[in-house]
Design a protein around this ligand. Structure first.
Ligand code: UD2
Length: 290
């Protein structure tokens, strides 16, 4: 009865977006404000008692982003659902005390320091692969992997769940295909030939079911190892490999750039709400190397 009630409300409440595409050519939904009913979708997913593992890495000076990341996540990220954050850092003593909401918990894992930020960024794939393989099987239903130099400003909830979920990069969501910054050197495993590619996805946020994200992280790790053996590093590191992966393993759901915007102070007509955004950073101040 309750479900019927919500369905009826939903029918009356339907809002359409005509200014953006809300489905891909392979029939995956693209999530924008106005394409879902938060109350209804929360109600449906509540029945399932889901658990969402969420990983974040903060090595070296990137620990300074943790407070805002965690505090804002606790206001907006899967509120009311089970969330287990896995935080990887070389400086556990610098992890701030942040009060977790109901059914939210945080585990800190120490990882070795690395000298190159590129290795830190790319190295995430292998750590995620092993985390899923060794620990998460009975722990979680879904996983999201997020950059730490970010902050939440609005709801990020169950509308984002799916088998394989990518976020459209905020700089390229309305760019023509020839401007997408895929790896263009055939020597790299991340190579995408001119004329191919659908969307350009950010490396700052992706997720899905454990099985799908395990396959994604394992494949990217293997492809990066082949590149390393051939002394080549893809132009945008693991993000280039992620884009190659998504070209041949289509995401089942896409999140609009509301779910990773470029700058809280920047706007665009299509962005009705900023949910999660990159924070401004001076790379020279926070990275261990140029
Ligand atoms: C882009 C991507 C990022 C990654 C990178 C690869 C966006 C918004 N972000 O960001 O996901 O694909 O390109 O070139 O598209 N980290 C540390 N300590 C360090 C360096 C990095 O913990 O010293 C971690 C941290 O979680 C950070 C992530 O690695 O969020 C990615 O590094 P970045 O944010 O500096 O990379 P950026 O901004 O070039």
């Amino acid at each position: 009865k309750c479900l019927l009630f919500f369905l009826l409300i939903h029918l009356y409440y339907r809002i359409f977006r005509t200014d953006v595409a809300s489905v891909t050519s392979w029939l995956a939904p693209i999530i924008w404000e106005g394409t879902f009913d938060a109350t209804l979708i929360d109600f449906i997913y509540k029945q399932q008692n889901l658990s969402i593992a969420t990983t974040v890495f903060a090595l070296g000076k990137y620990t300074s982003f943790l407070k805002d990341f965690l505090e804002s996540a606790e206001q907006h990220f899967f509120v009311g659902f089970r969330v287990h954050y896995y935080l990887f850092t070389d400086l556990p003593e610098e992890v701030p005390e942040v009060k977790m909401g109901e059914n939210h918990s945080l585990t800190v894992r120490k990882v070795p320091s690395l000298n190159r930020w590129q290795d830190i960024s790319m190295g995430r794939m292998e750590i995620l692969e092993k985390l899923i393989e060794n620990e998460l099987a009975k722990e979680a239903d879904y996983i999201f992997c997020l950059d730490v130099d970010t902050k939440f400003y609005g709801r990020w909830g169950v509308e984002t769940l799916g088998h394989l979920v990518g976020v459209i990069h905020p700089w390229f969501f309305d760019a023509p295909r020839d401007r997408l910054t895929y790896e263009r050197r055939p020597e790299s495993q991340a190579y995408i030939p001119a004329g191919e590619g659908d969307y350009y996805f950010t490396g700052a946020a992706f997720g899905g079911s454990l099985e799908d994200v395990h396959h994604l992280t394992k494949t990217c790790r293997e492809q990066m190892n082949i590149d390393a053996a051939n002394s080549i590093e893809a132009i945008w590191h693991e993000e280039s490999h992620l884009n190659k992966y998504f070209l041949y393993n289509k995401p089942s759901k896409l999140l609009s750039p509301e779910y990773l915007w470029r700058d809280i102070n920047a706007g665009a007509a299509q962005i009705k709400i900023i949910r999660f955004s990159h924070v401004a950073k001076n790379n020279a101040d926070v990275r261990p190397n140029p």
